[in-house]
Design a protein around this ligand. Structure first.
Ligand code: GLC
Length: 755
């Protein structure tokens, strides 16, 4: 009897399994047939519109204007409304809000001849109304899941305000902290940058681009914008193809693989060819090599600037060069709208090139769901309820906390006791709402930002806190505030000294020739230091700073970047121990600007630096090593690494390697550790970096807890471009390094066999 029952059970199980497989196969085939149907419908809409469009209407779709604010705004807006009606504008930059976007969309779909909906774009870089840490700060969390979450929330809020398209994520690898836009990216490493790129694209675009809470993302600035010589924004980039392919292109490839809808061309040239005219990279690599199906938009006047670059004699020539190179939309140069009709008539611009670009614009609008419902993103209730939602603020606080990096903590200065009776908070930045938001803060409002001072005031009683600006603003040379600040410090039990840059000292065009603390802040720090009180430095900055004096003299230093709307709460959580900081630097901090460029994945050279040997690659006046290395960050606890095991000991070029390491929280406090895995190819047919990040995991450890952390490496992790610029995996010996930063590591060797 039992046997019969067992048999019946197994038959039933098999039947259920088969049904499940059939249903899931059907579901998949249903999904793929839905996708096929949608694609067919999209192409039929595109083809039928192209067949009806006049040349002017076609070029109108390739034309983007920025909504105007300020002088003569109403007169210019009236002209733009007329252009929309005439089909001369396909998209706008810089307009948001349900009411305003709904009115423009209504004109497009009800008053223009072909009723083609408009796209509304805006720079939603690290939040829309709820502002998250600046991207460089968020990268310090080494938590792609958080980057995805913040982008998701940014999309929810921006789309609720009528927006379809964000000009983010910014993916420019930066090795020169003088460059203002280092604040906007994910730092110096292509692997970390690629992980953040894909995460942010997933966050912005969500699972369904037609949904009313998703945004079209834009991978920018294509490409090597961060290689600007001298760290001067917009300047020449002159790099090898190998550096281009191994350092600057990977985050864009990751974004393309993640399905990013659009790409923005960069302002710079690379080795003589301006990116807005770079057909080899836009059409050649992005489109042909990577099969990127999406749209490329120019950067602001990037097409017009081809004349300054000296590759176009007229605006019309610039427009022809750009459209032929693959730049589909002209952001505010007006060249496509005004010059290309004649270029087409003269046979200088094939209609096939125009049609291909217009088709990409129309597809983008279809993908955003605008042909189904042009007003899908205009909903007053969503706009009322979603901006600055309490859940968004809570997420912003959690992500901000994880972005904080503890650079120094001697004598257990941190965390501070909440029972402290007299805490002096010094520094104007502590009370600077705008600074907390950082650059490119979307529709963020100063008044929503929680400052460091407010964050502290919400933890300890007002009567136990004293505050002084100390400096008037970060760049001020005025020392008249020192006396009051020193007096408060002298009477206090401890000092929180907030130093750094204001939000406008990094970001577009905000390049610095120095990496020192601006103004007289070092002098203020010295004066406070003389009081002999324990001092916690809270750094607010958008780039690495050469804080040598602080590092030598101050017992505790927190790197807090610009953490956004919840800055003060996040900093206070860490200051008073409610959160144990676990962030790691996504970019090297040099001792001096004179060391730039300085990055961890450098080559060994023929004479690697040796302190005791003069004739090696170093300086005679300072230590050649970084002040803080890439991947560096401390914790209120400590971690130990041991027992690295590689299995097997050798692999074929297509094999996989299992890496295991034992990590222990050897302290008394729970905390996160970012376990980082680097490799080195010991001998290659071309020179290889001394280290390359190839994986990382941010893990939580209870006090005293030990974990075996494992990684799997495969051929793609060991590949590089050989002398012939072919991507290869070469046999030979490799070293694997694992640690809590790029310098303090344990290592083991393995071999890749010839086959
Ligand atoms: C700016 C920036 C770019 C931004 C665009 C639109 O010049 O380079 O990142 O998306 O203009 O604001």
């Amino acid at each position: 009897m039992m046997r019969i029952l067992d048999t019946c059970k197994s038959v039933a199980l098999i039947f259920i399994l088969l049904m499940f497989l059939r249903i899931s196969a059907q579901a998949q085939s249903q999904q793929s047939s839905n996708e096929i149907f949608a694609a067919m419908r999209m192409e039929s809409i595109v083809d039928s519109l192209l067949a009806k469009m006049t040349l002017q209407e076609k070029l109108g779709q390739l034309n983007q204007f920025r909504w105007v604010y300020g002088e003569n705004e109403e007169k210019i807006r009236e002209q733009y409304r007329a252009f929309v009606k005439e089909g001369k504008i396909g998209s706008f930059l810089g307009i948001f809000g349900v009411e305003k976007t709904r009115e423009l969309q209504r004109i497009a779909v009800e008053e223009s001849r072909l009723a083609i909906p408009l796209l509304f774009a805006f720079d939603v870089i690290h939040g829309f109304r709820t502002i998250f840490p600046v991207p460089l700060g968020e990268a310090a969390s080494w938590e792609p899941a958080d980057a995805e979450k913040s982008a998701r929330i940014a999309a929810i809020e921006a789309a609720a305000s009528g927006l379809h398209w964000t000009y983010a994520p910014m993916l420019d690898i930066a090795r020169d902290p003088r460059w203002g836009r280092v604040v906007e990216g994910a730092g110096e490493d292509p692997y970390l940058g690629s992980q953040m790129a894909a995460a942010r694209v997933r966050g912005f675009q969500g699972a369904d681009l037609t949904a009313e809470n998703t945004l079209l993302a834009c991978a920018k600035h294509f490409v090597a914008y961060g290689a600007a010589e001298g760290g001067r924004d917009y300047n020449t980039a002159d790099i090898s193809e190998r550096t281009l392919r191994e350092i600057f292109l990977p985050p864009f490839k990751a974004a393309s693989d993640a399905g990013v809808a659009t790409v923005m061309a960069a302002f710079n040239e690379i080795a003589g060819i301006p990116m807005h005219a770079h057909g080899q990279l836009i059409n050649g690599v992005l489109r042909d090599e990577w099969n990127f199906p999406g749209l490329v938009v120019s950067d602001f006047t990037g097409i017009l600037e081809l004349q300054n670059h000296g590759v176009a004699g007229t605006r019309a020539d610039a427009g022809i060069l750009a459209l032929k190179a693959g730049v589909d939309i002209d952001m505010v140069s007006s060249s496509y709208l005004e010059d290309l009709p004649e270029a087409v008539r003269q046979g200088k611009m094939p209609m096939s090139v125009v049609d291909a670009a217009v088709a990409r614009v129309l597809r983008l609008k279809f993908q955003a769901g605008l042909f189904d419902d042009p007003f899908r993103y205009q909903n007053d209730e969503r706009e009322q309820n979603l901006l600055l939602h309490k859940n968004h603020l809570q997420a912003a606080r959690e992500i901000a906390r994880k972005s904080i990096v503890l650079l120094k903590n001697e004598n257990q200065t941190l965390p501070l006791a909440k029972s402290i009776k007299n805490l002096a908070v010094i520094g104007a930045l502590a009370n600077d709402n705008r600074a907390a938001l950082g650059s490119w803060h979307g529709a963020g409002r100063d008044e929503d930002a929680v400052t460091v001072l407010r964050g502290i005031r919400e933890v300890i009683p007002e009567e136990n806190i004293s505050f002084a600006n100390g400096y008037e603003n970060p760049e001020s040379l005025d020392k008249s505030g020192f006396a009051e600040a020193v007096a408060l410090a002298a009477k206090s039990e401890a000092v929180v000294l907030v130093l750094g840059e204001h939000g406008g000292m990094s970001g577009e065009a905000s390049n610095r020739s120095s990496l020192e603390l601006p103004g007289v802040q070092n002098q203020l720090a010295a004066a406070i230091h003389k009081t002999g009180k324990p001092v916690v430095v809270v750094l607010m900055n958008g780039r690495p700073l050469s804080i040598n004096w602080l590092d030598q003299n101050m017992p505790a230093i927190l790197e807090t970047w610009f953490l956004g709307t919840e800055m003060g709460h996040a900093v206070a959580d860490v200051l008073f121990g409610d959160y144990n900081p676990g962030g790691k630097l996504p970019i090297t901090f040099p001792r001096s600007v004179g060391q730039i460029p300085l990055y961890y994945n450098h080559k060994n050279t023929g004479r690697p630096p040796l302190k005791e040997v003069l004739w090696t690659s170093k300086y005679i006046d300072i230590d050649w090593t970084p002040l803080y290395p890439f991947g560096f960050g401390l914790s209120y606890t400590t971690f130990a690494y041991s027992n690295i095991v590689l299995n097997p000991k050798n692999i074929s070029p297509s094999g996989t390697l299992d890496v295991r390491v034992t990590v222990t929280n050897t302290g008394k406090v729970d905390g996160d550790e970012v376990v980082q895995l680097y490799i080195r190819d010991e001998v290659g047919s071309v020179t290889r970096p001394v280290k390359q990040l190839r994986n990382f995991k941010r893990l939580f450890f209870k006090a005293g807890e030990t974990k075996t952390v494992s990684f799997e490496l495969d051929a793609s992790d060991f590949s590089f471009y050989n002398a012939a610029m072919k991507k290869v995996v070469e046999p030979g010996y490799f070293t694997v390094f694992v640690g809590g930063n790029s310098q303090d590591v344990i290592e083991a060797r393995f071999e890749i066999r010839a086959h």
